[in-house]
Design a protein around this ligand. Structure first.
Ligand code: GYE
Length: 343
C-alpha cells in the first residue's frame, strides 16, 4: 500500500518546537499552528509518521516516547511529528486532525481512553492514511477504522497477577484467610486500567475470602498514587494487598505506607502487586517493597517500524499483535536482569 500523496503534497505545517526531552532526536514536537508551507517528507525522501502520544505521566511512558524517537529517525528513513496529549483525548484528536491536514504517511496513536475515536478515525480513513494503534486499544464495532494494534494484553497481565496471588497465599497456607485488597487504578477507561482490573477480577471472583475493599484511580502518576494510598490507609486499618496498576503509583504507595509507619513485604503488614517492571520497579522488588511486578514492554518503536516496513512492501499484517511479557517477584534472583535493564 504505497501512498504517494502524503509524501509529495506541500503541506500547511505547524510551527514546531523541539521537545526538550528529545532534543537531538530530530523529531518535531508541534505546538501552536502557524501557516507555513513545508514538505515534511522532503520530496518523498522520508516516510512521515505522526504520533499522538498519551502524555508523560509515568516512567513507562517516557521510555515508550524515547523508543519512538530513537526508531523514527531520518537515518532510519523517517520524519517524525510528535504530539504529547497531556492525558487528554481532546488533545490527541486535535493532533490526529493536524496529521491528516499535514498529509502524513502513517498515524500512530496510543489512545488515552478506549471510546470516542470514531469520527476522527473516519476522517483518517477518508484521507487514506493508515492508523496504527499502539500500547492501548480502542473500543469500536468498525475494525476498518484502524489498520492494526500492537501492545500488551492487559487482561492477561491482570489475570496473571490474580493467579500469582492465589499461589502466594496457598504457599503460605493462607488460602482460607480473609484477605483485604485495595486497588490503585490507572487512568479510568484506558485499556491498561480496564484490562488489568478485569483480569484480576477474573480470578478474585472465585475467592469469597478476597475482600475487594476499594478501588480508585491514581491516574498512573506517583503523586496521585501517594494521595490515594494515604486515603486508603486512613479508611481501612487492615489492608493485606495493594494492587497498583503501574509502577509509578506503586512508588507513591510505598511512600504513603512508609509515612503511615506500616511495613511492606511478605513478612510485613501488606504486600504490593505492581505492573510495568521498569528498572526502578524491579529495584523495589529486590528491596521487598513490591512483592511482584508484571512486565509491560514500552519498547514499541521497533514493533511499529516493523509494521510500517511490511505495509510499505504491501505485505499482510496481523490485526492484533501482543508483545510477550513476564513477571518478577521477591523470590527471584533479579540482580543480573536489573543490571541489564535499559529502562
Ligand atoms: O502501565 C503506565 C502508563 O498504557 C501500558 O500507561 C501503558 C500504561 C503503563 O502510564 O505506566
Amino acid at each position: 500500500m504505497k501512498r504517494v500523496f502524503g509524501r509529495w503534497m506541500p503541506v500547511v505545517a505547524s510551527l514546531t518546537m523541539i521537545c526538550t526531552l528529545l532534543t537531538g532526536c530530530g523529531f518535531e514536537y508541534n505546538s501552536e499552528t502557524e501557516t507555513e508551507t513545508a514538505d515534511v517528507s522532503q520530496n518523498g525522501q522520508f516516510i512521515v509518521v505522526g504520533i499522538a502520544q498519551v502524555g508523560s505521566e509515568s516512567d513507562w511512558r517516557t521510555t515508550n516516547t524515547k523508543s519512538y524517537a530513537t526508531t523514527f529517525t531520518e537515518e532510519n528513513g523517517y520524519h517524525l511529528l510528535f504530539e504529547d496529549g497531556q492525558q487528554e483525548q481532546e488533545n490527541q484528536v486535535k493532533a490526529v486532525r493536524e496529521f491528516i491536514l499535514q498529509g502524513v504517511d502513517y498515524i500512530v496513536i496510543d489512545p488515552v481512553v478506549e471510546t470516542g475515536w470514531e469520527s476522527v478515525l473516519e476522517e483518517a480513513r477518508d484521507a487514506g492514511i493508515p492508523v496504527i494503534l499502539v500500547d492501548r486499544q480502542i473500543s469500536t464495532d468498525d475494525e476498518s477504522l484502524y489498520t492494526c494494534f500492537v501492545g500488551s494484553d492487559f487482561t492477561l497481565e491482570g489475570q496473571r497477577a490474580g493467579e500469582w496471588l492465589e499461589n502466594y497465599l496457598s504457599d503460605r497456607n493462607m488460602n482460607e484467610d480473609e484477605i483485604n485488597i485495595v486497588t490503585l487504578q490507572g487512568t479510568l477507561e484506558s485499556s491498561a486500567q480496564l484490562g488489568r482490573t478485569e483480569g484480576f477480577a477474573k480470578i478474585s471472583r472465585y475467592h469469597d475470602n478476597w475482600n475487594m475493599l476499594d478501588a480508585k484511580s491514581g491516574e498512573f502518576t506517583q503523586a496521585k498514587g501517594y494521595e490515594v494510598m494515604a486515603e486508603f490507609l486512613d479508611l481501612y486499618p487492615d489492608i493485606d494487598v495493594v494492587v497498583c496498576e503501574n509502577d509509578n503509583m506503586a512508588f507513591g504507595a510505598i511512600e504513603a505506607i512508609e509515612d503511615a509507619g506500616k511495613e511492606l513485604g511478605p513478612n510485613g503488614d501488606m504486600i504490593i502487586i505492581s505492573f510495568d517492571a521498569i528498572k526502578a520497579g524491579m529495584e523495589e522488588v529486590m528491596k521487598g517493597n513490591i512483592a511482584v511486578d508484571f512486565e509491560c514492554n514500552p519498547l514499541l518503536g521497533p514493533e511499529v517500524d516493523a509494521i510500517i516496513q511490511k505495509l510499505e512492501k504491501g505485505e499482510k499484517i496481523g490485526k492484533v499483535t501482543y508483545v510477550s511479557e513476564t513477571y518478577y517477584d521477591f523470590t527471584m534472583d533479579l540482580e543480573n536482569i536489573v543490571n541489564k535493564r535499559i529502562y
